[in-house]
Write a protein that binds this ligand. Sequence first.
Ligand SMILES: Cc1cc2nc3c(=O)[nH]c(=O)nc-3n(C[C@H](O)[C@H](O)[C@H](O)COP(=O)(O)OP(=O)(O)OC[C@H]3O[C@@H](n4cnc5c(N)ncnc54)[C@H](O)[C@@H]3O)c2cc1C
Ligand code: SF4
Length: 548
Amino acid sequence: MTVEREAMEYDVVIVGAGPAGLSAAIRLKQIDPDLSVVVLEKGSEVGAHILSGAVLDPAGLDALIPDWQARGAPVTVPVVQDQFYMLGPAGQIRIPNTLMPPLMNNHGNYIVSMANVCRWLAEQAEALGVEIFAGMSCSEVVWAADGTVKGVVAGEFGRQADGTPGPNHEPGLELLGKYVMLGEGVRGSLSKQVIARHGLDAGREPQKYGLGMKEIWQVDPAKHHQGRVTHTMGWPLGGNAGGGSFIYHVDNNQVYVGFVVHLNYANPYLFPYLEFQRFKHHPMVADLLQGGKRIAYGARAITEGGLQSLPQTAFPGGVLLGCAAGMVNVPRIKGNHNAMLSGIAAANAAAAAIAAGRSGDTLSEYDAAVRDGPIGRDLKRVRNVKPLWSRYGLLASLGLGGLDMWTNNLFGLSLLGTLRHGKSDAAATGKAADYKPIDYPKPDGKLSFDRLTNLSFSGTNHDPNQPPHLRLTDPTLPIRVNLPQYAEPAQRYCPAGVYEVVGSGIDARFQINFQNCVHCKACDIKDPSQNITWAVPQGGDGPNYPNM
Ligand SMILES: Cc1cc2nc3c(=O)[nH]c(=O)nc-3n(C[C@H](O)[C@H](O)[C@H](O)COP(=O)(O)OP(=O)(O)OC[C@H]3O[C@@H](n4cnc5c(N)ncnc54)[C@H](O)[C@@H]3O)c2cc1C
Ligand code: SF4
């Protein structure tokens, strides 16, 4: 069915009010206040869907708004202490900071809520005349016949559960731009289509991902150390998966407690959410959290492929920004600075092109700036850490990866060349017959919580009367293939309990509780049959994160 829509024209259309999209918008207006720039965000407000650690390397902010401190940026908690621990089930060994490669040092960085940083960036952008529309999901790409991206469709509301327009149907708008910037973050739904249509990932390694889960805790003031940053590896994941935790002491006696599980794990019985929950029972962590209160929960995937997986970032009519392309420095768990730097680079390229009378072509100069500039350099020196971890496990990779980062740091070279990632995370999933189920302790309701209880601390809400935004290419596949072969891992990898196998034997049924979805994108990434597509729900639906 063709839908008639009004069109609005801008110089630049930006999808996503994350650090990448907002930085692009601000830089465009700094260069030329007369450019018309719109930012479209699916969250109910800017920040509602932002989840990050976060320790912020201010490199991007310094480049964008050098006087950010004077302008009251919510970047006020400098890191004062860095701690690295290797955990065993009952104890821990601290890795001396002197052994850590210098790039792992967080001196000069800040503990922030990226949601709040984005809210502040949005204020700066609006003051410059950027139009920002929150609650606007971009659901389709507007293509020219030759594949040039002309714009996006945003703001369609009121389709009924069966997909037909309901009585209050709003068809949405076509927002057309001389250039379209996709700043959707990790595994963007429109970015995925553009990457596929233009083969932007041809000849690159598959993108790799982790699943990050985060809780905000209000802790006993006596145990709070503002500015302390702790990272752990080892228990409870052990050899079952790569990953680790972060514990960031921000202000107001709050602590950001997070856990990342690399999604290339093989054992389909692994339950990332319950790994996170049992991690909090480690004596070192339990001691910090006891007597405290969990006040927020959320989850989001994180890109981990680095330089080898970086697709071409420019295409006819637009660019991929930040984590829509994948710009996280994995050992540092940092992508916000690169997201901001990519927004700045894209804006520089687009503004110059528009000033020269160009539009709708490929901004190759942006791709070159990403690869040859600070982003490429940042990713290059850590490019072997993730492949080493995937191949040799934690301990060997700590030694080899550490050595590789030291040689990169000291001499600007790697003795290993550039290692490959190999399989996608979906293809890395092993068969259930080759693994044993893992026995997880039941959450105690004090330090650890079941998924649905925790979900109620994410503010998640979706209008139930809309088409499910989690789409199965073959609806029979979960029970016909995934259940017998992989014990249907969606039941476990989803951090919000969206997927359930109800009943057994010939009565078994795959149920999708899409209302619970926190938009982490893990299902789109990890389903071993690649049968699940995450599409945007109606604008404003999803989590409502406070200061994630
Ligand atoms: C658990 C975790 C911990 C992390 N810790 C750190 C850290 O300590 N330091 C650090 O620097 N980095 C960290 N990162 C990485 C960092 O968060 C990312 O690199 C960064 O968020 C990328 O910014 P972005 O602007 O590209 O995307 P995002 O921040 O993901 O923003 C994308 C925005 O686009 C919106 N959007 C997406 N699709 C659409 C659509 N179709 N229509 C409308 N809106 C859309 C989303 O709602 C969102 O608001 C962490 C990530 C995770 C998951
Ligand atoms: S349904 Fe998919 S995107 Fe939504 S929370 Fe679960 S795994 Fe994440």
